[in-house]
Design a protein around this ligand. Structure first.
Ligand code: AMP
Length: 470
């Protein structure tokens, strides 16, 4: 068995949102935008607004519902607003890492989705300028570099241009100065960011689902390597560096909401096609299909429609319990599957059940689910997964454990099947996953399945990665 080869650092899979509209209640719109992006981060939330003269900020730990009140929303005044929901694996519960990052001089506020796996150049630069880097994460360091150039008199566009070579990694940023709203995507376009038009202004959002919530109309995605600046003069685009689209494939598999479109493709339809292709790939005879809610529901529907096997919602989710990944220890994670899902015995009893989930990461969830469904009386349980085994950690903003904990990196499919206790186990092939997404492979980052890291991951670099094809 291969030993742990790669250890991830702090990973942030976040939601960012921004509004420009002098006549609009921008903080309230941002607040509702963040509600729609809650699935992208539950550790902390924050909103920063600009009145044109000064910033107002409110940040707190926990869910959007816990962080804001009518009182503090009213204090967030101004025609520009940016917001952030944060999700991180470590240091997660610390308010000091809550975003937006801002400075007391009110020069720039920043909300970051993604991760810079290598910050060496950025740190060297800041140290050379006498700026303290100790205890700061990648987002703070980015903010400090921008601040440096703004203090020197650069415009935000100029500051970004200077800083771009230092920002080595995945970043979809929503930034704000006193009078501008700015959207930026890294040259690889690893994380999504879309532009919307609202009456009286513009909106930037990690996902299109949040545009609809606030009544904005989708215009287009921010291009990789592009900066989009919204000011009183309107919207202006600058292609800062040559970019190429390589959106993280896991956005389609798990992260994004099904009612979002990514690169013009409906996440819902893509997931349904994943389900249909799973059936075509391996036809299983069974009595009932049960999705693992919520992220696998669309794939299960696709499987059901293709196979003609009825779908039943026999695992009921307690919608008030967060994602199991939030719990840091294995023991708590195991318990939280039971806390989160409850089986309906009358549907399951004496049936051959196909359980559909979107991914197997550590294998803990599947193991507990198979046990739960068997205890509910299933005759046989077939685990069907709408992605290939996750074999590599992600360093571009996804929360994945280190490689030693990725069951797909350490066990063969047959060994995983035995471990989770299923009677059959089928993973969607990478080829079919890409076919379902219906975008050219070059437009997608597949690192978590293939180990093909498109952006330098520094000491965790490819030379040290042994591709494990079990
Ligand atoms: P595991 O127990 O580690 O195999 O977890 C797999 C389950 O977690 C599946 O039901 C997925 O829907 C879900 N999942 C996959 N990736 C993530 C992630 N990065 N954060 C939270 N949940 C995830």
């Amino acid at each position: 068995m291969p030993k742990s080869i790669l250890k991830p650092q702090l990973g942030e899979k976040c939601g960012v949102f921004g509004v420009f509209g002098p006549s609009l209640d921008t903080s309230r719109l941002t607040y509702f935008g963040l509600w729609s992006l809650q699935h992208r981060g539950q550790e902390s939330s924050g909103i920063c607004t600009s009145s044109g003269k000064f910033f107002s900020i409110h940040r707190g730990l926990g869910l959007v519902a816990n962080v804001y009140s009518e009182k503090n929303l009213k204090k967030l005044k101004g025609g520009i607003s940016i917001g952030h929901n944060r999700y991180a694996t470590s240091g997660g519960g610390k308010i000091k890492f809550a975003q937006p990052v801002y400075d007391d001089d009110n020069r720039v506020a920043l909300a970051h989705n993604g991760n810079l796996p290598v910050t060496k150049a950025l740190k060297v630069f800041l140290k050379e300028k006498g700026i303290n880097t100790f205890g700061h994460n990648d987002s703070n360091l980015m903010h400090k570099a921008l601040q440096y150039y703004l203090i020197k008199g650069h415009s935000i566009e100029g500051a970004l241009k200077e800083c771009f070579p230092l920002f080595t990694g995945a970043f979809s940023l929503v930034l704000m100065t006193k009078n501008k709203l700015v959207g930026v995507r890294d040259p690889m376009g690893i994380r999504p960011l879309s532009i919307g038009k609202i009456e009286g202004g513009y909106v930037l959002s990690s996902e299109t689902c949040a545009l609809h919530t606030v009544g904005a109309k989708f215009i287009r995605d921010v291009k990789p390597g592009e900066i989009v600046v919204v000011s009183k003069k309107g919207i202006k685009s600058t292609q800062l560096v040559k970019g190429e689209e390589h959106l993280d494939i896991f956005e389609f598999v798990y992260f994004a909401r099904p009612d979002s479109d990514l690169l013009g493709t409906s996440v819902y339809q893509a997931r349904k096609r994943m389900g249909a292709l799973l059936y075509k790939q391996h036809k299983i005879k069974a009595d009932v299909i049960i999705p693992v809610p919520d992220s696998a529901t669309s794939a299960a529907l696709g499987y059901s429609q293709e196979s003609g096997i009825p779908l039943e919602e026999a695992l009921i989710k307690n919608r008030y319990i967060h994602r199991t990944f939030i719990k840091p220890t294995q023991r708590l994670r195991e318990n939280s599957v039971k806390l989160k899902l409850n089986p309906i015995k009358s549907v399951i009893k004496n049936k051959r059940v196909i359980l559909v989930d979107d991914s197997i990461v550590r294998g803990t969830t599947s193991k507990n689910l198979v046990k739960m469904v068997k205890q509910a009386g299933a005759k046989e349980v077939y685990m069907v997964v709408s992605s290939p085994p996750v074999k590599f950690p992600d360093f571009y903003g996804i929360d994945t454990p280190d490689q030693s904990q990725l069951i797909g990196a350490n066990k063969s499919v047959e060994q995983i099947r035995k471990y989770i206790g299923a009677d059959k186990l089928i993973f969607l092939s990478l080829k079919n996953l890409i076919k379902a997404i219906d975008l050219p492979k070059v437009k997608l980052t597949t690192a978590c399945f293939t180990g093909e890291y498109l952006i330098d991951i520094g000491v965790r670099n490819r030379g040290r990665v042994k591709y494990v094809d079990l």
